[in-house]
Design a protein around this ligand. Structure first.
Ligand code: FES
Ligand code: FES
Length: 205
């Protein structure tokens, strides 16, 4: 499959990236030889975008990103996948939970460049190509496990990770291992019921 075209705001091409890398590598030499004249000359080169390749929902992406860009912001602002939510940007709410190589990750606390070469799954990648919902998505609907829906993508990804980790053996287990995902609408009892239903439908439960 051909690569998705990248938004024009993504900036530099691979060629420009290489040029930027060379500039950054050369900068310390320039600074040491011309220290007296231009002591602050190295600054901008250190902020050159870095090309980061990763697979998102089974599609290959090559993103040109400031190294300070979080995986969350890369997904939302650079790839256009806004299903992953920003509730706190501090690792406290779980709304930004995605799966990276099958494991739960708070995307607000992970730099995008740290995920080079990895497989990222967001809520947009869960339904099958014919539109059939993932068992966890269907279970959330069946059990009315959301209200405003803002925490829901993170809850669903976290619940899938929770089951895959083998941490959904009992209701208490689920409450414990889902406690990193906050729901201000207090859908917790229904979320537990949904996870129990999906657990029994998912392989490896
Ligand atoms: S937005 Fe990442 S934990 Fe809240
Ligand atoms: S459904 Fe509203 S915060 Fe969870």
């Amino acid at each position: 499959m051909s690569q998705p075209s990248l938004p024009s705001t993504l900036g530099l091409s691979r060629r420009n990236f290489m040029t930027g890398t060379v500039s950054a590598a050369a900068a310390p030499l320039l600074v040491s030889s011309a220290k007296a004249e231009a002591p602050a000359a190295a600054g901008p080169e250190l902020r050159e975008p870095v090309v980061t390749s990763m697979r998102i929902n089974k599609q290959a992406y090559e993103l040109s990103l400031d190294t300070r860009t979080s995986l969350l912001d890369a997904l939302r602002d650079h790839v256009g996948l806004t299903g992953t939510k920003k509730g706190c940007d501090h690792g406290q709410c779980g709304a930004c939970t995605v799966l990276v190589d099958g494991k739960r990750v708070l995307s607000c606390l992970s730099f995008a460049v740290m995920n080079a070469g990895k497989d990222v799954t967001t809520v947009e990648g869960l339904a099958s190509s014919d539109g059939k919902l993932h068992p966890m998505q269907q279970a959330f609907i069946d059990h009315d496990a959301f209200q405003c829906g803002y925490c829901t993508p993170g809850q669903i990804l976290s619940a899938i990770g929770c089951i895959n980790e083998g941490h959904a053996k009992s209701e208490d287990d689920i409450r414990d291992y889902m406690s990193g995902n906050i729901c201000r609408c207090a859908a917790y009892p229904n979320i537990v019921a949904a996870v129990l239903q999906a657990r029994d439908q998912m392989k490896g439960a």
